[in-house]
Ligand binder design. Structure first.
Ligand code: PEP
Ligand code: MN
Length: 340
């Protein structure tokens, strides 16, 4: 339920509505907007009686919210969320490129790749220091040493960094070094991790689970917003299907649906979706055409020697080509992006 205050409502009237909501045992979430304040009613177990609030001074309207997710929905917030990381904006009219290796392997590897992707137009650098690997015998990442390398990349190139937090235990340290904390596909419904992310002041990049419905994905994001962190970037990275021609199946229809359902920025990871280099540029073009706010792409200067995901990593010159092509596509569609 959303209580919409009139444009002329006073701060006292808004406070009184908040108090009335809380007196019923619900959580009130005031959301000041450009034109008026709306107050979301959260944590209600069943239906809320609109008549309880409709007659209070300053109340213009009481609107039922039809979706199970509230804070992430456009019903609660019609305007797009824009997340700022350093000088980079993610969401609404911006097109953001995040690029870098699958895993942080060494300082020289990261600095070399970072220089290339920055020159080609990347706004953020990615690289895993804690890697979620299917096999316990595969390279697990450099851990804190990897985080320190990411900090060095930031200091040298100015690129903010994105890296994954695998668990609650290491969240503090990841958050200390990273500019954006990634929650990976396999952890999308790790509820204690989502709650931890909700207490963070750093933006969170939430990947869609391998078999997650859109509703489950948005409910996972809801955990983070409910915890108090509204800076969430959603990332479609392919779902598991019967197809064997690619590692996963990139669900581009999810992008346009989520852009309609939610005000949060939605980006696409074509690398983990495809699992193979030759599909990354075509899928990137399609993702931008369908309305994604950005891409996260794996790039390596020597993919044959990469410790993980070399087969899907672009060579730097391919990334530069991708960057040019998607900007042309973006410019074609840019005028129609607002109000979709
Ligand atoms: C990654 O981006 O490094 C990663 C492991 O991706 P995903 O969680 O989508 O598999
Ligand atoms: Mn990878």
């Amino acid at each position: 339920m959303l209580v919409v205050m009139s444009q002329r409502a006073t701060p006292e009237e808004i406070n009184a509505v908040v108090a009335a909501i809380e007196a019923r045992g619900y959580v009130a979430r005031p959301m000041p907007g450009g034109e008026r304040t709306a107050i979301g009613i959260l944590h209600n177990k069943g239906a809320v009686d609109a008549a309880l609030f409709a007659g209070l001074p300053g109340v213009k309207d009481v609107i039922p919210v039809t979706r199970p997710y509230k804070l992430v929905s456009r019903e609660f917030q019609p305007e797009d969320t824009v997340i700022q990381v350093g000088d980079v904006h993610i969401g609404n009219g911006h097109l953001t490129l995040i690029a870098g290796p699958c895993a942080v392997e060494s300082e020289s590897q990261c600095l070399e790749i970072a220089r290339h992707v920055k020159e080609a137009g990347a706004g953020l650098f990615r690289g895993g220091a804690f890697k979620p690997r299917t096999s316990p015998y595969s390279f697990q990442g450099l851990g804190e040493a990897g985080l320190k390398i990411l900090r060095k990349v930031h200091d040298v190139t100015g690129l903010p960094t994105v890296t994954e937090a695998l668990d609650v235990e290491t969240y503090d340290i990841v958050e200390k070094y990273a500019d954006v904390v990634q929650i990976g596909a396999r952890n999308m419904q790790n509820f204690s991790l989502l709650r931890r992310a909700g207490r963070s002041k750093k933006p969170v990049l939430l990947k869609r689970g391998l078999a997650a419905t859109i509703e489950e994905w948005l409910m996972a994001a809801e955990y983070i917003l409910d915890g108090g962190n509204s800076q969430v970037i959603l990332c479609e990275r392919g779902v598991r299907t019967f197809a064997h021609h690619s590692r996963n199946t990139l669900d581009l229809s999810a992008v346009s649906v989520v852009c309609k359902e939610s005000h949060l920025p939605v980006i696409v990871d074509p690398s983990h979706a495809a699992g193979r280099r030759d599909q990354v540029i075509p899928l990137s073009r399609a993702a931008v055409a369908v309305g994604a706010h950005g891409l996260m792409v794996e790039v390596h200067h020597a993919p044959d020697e990469a410790l993980s995901d070399g087969a899907q990593s672009l060579y730097p010159e391919q990334f530069a080509l991708l960057s040019r092509q998607i900007r042309s596509i973006y410019n074609v569609f840019a005028p129609s992006r607002s109000g979709r």
